[in-house]
Design a protein around this ligand. Structure first.
Ligand code: A3P
Ligand code: MG
Ligand code: MG
Length: 378
């Protein structure tokens, strides 16, 4: 709220305390020119295997292998193999930034950008930045981001909100199956080798992931973030990552202009934010029928998505997303002034309100592991 008047218990004159800082999220405040965003470049990558073990290589990268463009329409049964061939990742294990920190520990000596680049950077997951980008338009789900500064660098790690946790634990079975279907689509569209053919007979193990580590800059904020990548296209015009990467998505088949409108307003915003950040140039969508079979494919070039919504007065605007994210990073940089890995500023947001801040020490919010802190401060 506004500045509160403190009645001095001593009976002295009232003292005005500083209002707690907060950041508004109204889209109308962030219109204006698109901010500077450096073309993302890949610094490296890592893989997580079927047991969620880290490997500092690209072994989990898969190869885009779509059905022939002029063949018959696809018919991918996304429910096939469920539930007997589903190995879902254990979501109780909160990994925080750990895998990314392991990569960083092994590569911080060879980072480009000159000495001190990392000290001025923000380090986080791409998915956390995606949530920031869509915040001015989000009406349903809030978020919490924990922030700590260590040797200059600002680290941001998401905390599952109590509401999100309750929702996850109460997941109805149909949602579990819907999640499986998204991953099953990847299995129909990807091969293990360049030029190979998809093999949908195996298990769907969501522990497995290929992660790209990227460098960019938003406004004045240097960024180092990692994001999971679905596949690379061996036939892409540019073989240089991230330009060769393809994001895969599924969605319900649409039949009316109203359904497309709603899809452009809501889902396409999330698809755009997720792929624009790491510079992934296209999203290939599979549209599923009511029985759960993908019956058509459509490619959405990331840089053309905004055209589909530009004329809609109730649509989204990429400038708003990026300006808000830049404003949040400035807010976080100026709020977290102490360099202390055990100190956490928790940024919390619920739809309809501003971003607020609370301060915590150590467990349960501190997220920089001692193996990382000790290694970089030794
Ligand atoms: P869809 O592509 O059909 O959404 P991603 O697309 O980011 O590579 O994620 C792959 C799949 O993971 C998604 O398929 C979906 O099934 C599941 N998934 C990802 N994020 C999710 C979320 N927040 N809630 C539920 N499922 C999610
Ligand atoms: Mg993915
Ligand atoms: Mg995907």
């Amino acid at each position: 709220g506004a500045g509160e008047m403190k009645d001095g218990a001593t009976g002295g004159p009232p003292k005005w305390t500083r209002p707690a800082p907060s950041l508004p999220t109204d889209a109308s405040l962030y219109a204006g020119p698109f901010p500077f965003y450096r073309r993302p470049s890949e610094l490296g990558c890592f893989s997580l295997d079927s047991e969620r073990r880290y490997h500092g290589d690209s072994r989990a990268l898969r190869y885009f292998a779509p059905p022939p463009a002029h063949g018959s329409a696809p018919d991918f049964d996304l429910r096939e193999g469920y539930p007997e061939r589903y190995r879902p990742r254990d979501e109780e294990t909160q990994e925080g930034l750990d895998h990314l920190l392991r990569w960083l520990l092994e590569h911080r000596g060879q980072l480009e950008g000159g000495p001190g680049w990392l000290a001025g950077a923000v380090v986080t997951w791409r998915g956390h930045l995606t949530k920031l980008l869509t915040t001015p338009y989000e009406l349903r789900e809030g978020w919490q981001l924990a922030a700590s500064r260590l040797q200059g660098t600002l680290y941001l790690s998401e905390v599952e909100t109590p509401a999100a946790r309750a929702q996850r634990l109460a997941h109805p079975p149909f949602l579990r199956e819907l999640m499986y279907m998204g991953y099953k689509f990847e299995q129909y569209m990807c091969a293990d080798t360049p030029g190979g053919s998809p093999d949908p007979s195996g298990e769907v193990n969501t522990n497995v992931a290929f992660c790209s580590v990227l460098r960019s800059q938003l406004g004045t904020h240097p960024l180092l973030f990692s994001g999971e990548v679905d596949c690379t296209d061996p036939k892409a015009p540019s073989t240089q990552p991230p330009a060769c990467y393809v994001e895969l998505k599924t969605s319900k088949e649409m039949h009316s202009p109203g359904q497309w409108r709603s899809f452009y307003r809501h889902k396409l915003l999330k698809w755009w934010a997720q792929s624009f950040l790491p510079g992934v140039p296209r999203v290939v969508a599979g549209f599923r029928d009511p029985e759960g079979s993908v019956r058509s494919l459509r490619t959405f070039p990331t840089m053309e998505m905004f055209e589909l919504i530009r004329a809609d007065r109730e649509g989204w605007n990429p400038s708003v997303c990026m300006n808000f994210c830049a404003a949040f990073l400035s807010f976080a940089q100026s709020t977290v002034t102490q360099d202390d890995p055990r100190l956490v500023h928790l940024f919390s947001w619920e739809p309809g309100g501003p971003v607020t801040v609370s301060i915590h020490h150590d467990a349960p919010y501190a997220f920089l592991p001692t193996w990382y802190v000790d290694a970089v401060t030794q």
